[in-house]
Design a protein. Structure first.
Length: 180
């Protein structure tokens, strides 16, 4: 008789142990945090509205161009950090210029389906009279979303020229974080 009671007591402990390890109902209904956006989740382009166009005709100060990312996936995702931006020049003397990052601190941006966020590029335009070897004429931008390896190829729509500082440690042309 002792062996039957021991078996019943042991079965009760095993069942009780299993019940204690079960996930509470409230935790099962909680949503998982969104994961980062991948290049395939996004569309990208230059902001071209009147208030978003860089002032490429003025040459006395920096101006800004804006590039946007729109979440075209059906899921919510996040972006945080700096986009990689490589400018490809239109002149034979222009090579590819990988833009440096600003000192601004990135924030995490949550994008629902259809949401758009942008980032700015500070540009230092130069006069047409500037010697050819000192100017960079943008043709295309290779834009890689933060933490990704695949890029978008965007045609530069604004014309103008930028002071060529592709070897400078603190150039007047640089990238700001997404969302700032």
């Amino acid at each position: 008789m002792k062996s039957k009671l021991t078996a019943v007591a042991l079965a009760t402990v095993v069942v009780a142990g299993t019940a204690a390890a079960a996930v509470p109902a409230s935790a099962a209904t909680a949503k998982a945090a969104p994961t980062r956006c991948h290049t395939a989740d996004l569309k990208a382009g230059f902001a071209t509205g009147e208030d978003a166009k860089p002032e490429m005709d003025q040459t006395k100060k920096q101006t800004q161009a804006f590039i946007w990312f729109t979440n075209q996936s059906k899921r919510t995702c996040t972006l945080s950090g700096f986009a990689g931006v490589d400018m490809i020049g239109a002149q034979k003397t222009d090579s590819t210029w990988s833009l440096l990052r600003s000192a601004k601190k990135p924030q995490k941006i949550v994008l629902e389906h259809g949401d758009t966020v942008d980032f700015s590029i500070n540009l230092l335009p130069v006069a047409k009279s500037t010697p050819q070897k000192q100017k960079f004429v943008p043709a295309k931008f290779l834009v890689t979303p933060p933490n990704e390896t695949k890029h978008f190829t965007l045609k530069w729509p604004f014309g103008g020229q930028i002071l060529k500082q592709d070897g400078a440690t603190h150039p007047g042309t640089y990238v700001n974080p997404v969302g700032l």
